[in-house]
Design a protein around this ligand. Structure first.
Ligand code: ZN
Length: 50
């Protein structure tokens, strides 16, 4: 019973950091790095300032 609750809180901080540095490309809906000037998957131009 108590083991089930532990699994929910077991979160890796590294994954969280990686997730924050990625965003979804509006062109292809795939993960693109936030600092990328353009999508590496479809070539969609990304606004870095946002
Ligand atoms: Zn894309």
């Amino acid at each position: 019973m108590s083991g089930r609750r532990f699994r929910i809180f077991r979160k890796r901080p590294q994954d969280d950091l990686l997730e924050r540095s990625m965003r979804t490309c509006p062109g292809c809906q795939r993960d693109v790095h936030v600092f990328a000037a353009g999508c590496r998957h479809c070539g969609h131009a990304l606004d870095i300032a946002s």
